[in-house]
Design a protein around this ligand. Sequence first.
Ligand code: HEC
Length: 118
Amino acid sequence: MKTQMVAAMAGLVVLLASSTSQADQSIEQIYGVYCVQCHGLQRNGTGINVPALSVKPRDHTDAKSMGDTSDDELVKAITEGGLAVNKSVLMPTWGHVLSKDQINGLAKYLRQVCKCGK
Ligand code: HEC
């Protein structure tokens, strides 16, 4: 019984530790956790949620359309969701989940993915 308690407590500590270290996750890992289900493992808008979405997620590898989108818009879309930039509400809001630094990091990361700058 006592051993079980100790094991349960240890599990809790691991859980707490992993949730506080989230800020240190690399940007790519953040994308892997929060974005791939829609934007896809290849980052090209082919995530497993796609059949359920009436608007296709952005293809982040598309240099043309991504190149036409400014950094400010990327940050705003990620922070406040699609609706804030006159896009689909199916693109969720991440401002309450991710820090400003993480969102700026994501916008920068997307520039690497699309191989396009702005
Ligand atoms: C529930 C599905 C879903 C998830 C999860 C999701 N997106 Fe999207 N995203 C979309 C859809 C759908 C669009 C296309 C909106 C449109 O074109 O109207 C989009 C569009 C975008 C755009 C383009 C915005 C613009 O102004 O053109 C960016 C950038 C983006 N997503 C980044 C992200 C990032 C970064 C994450 C993870 C933190 C993420 N998305 C998670 C569905 C999703």
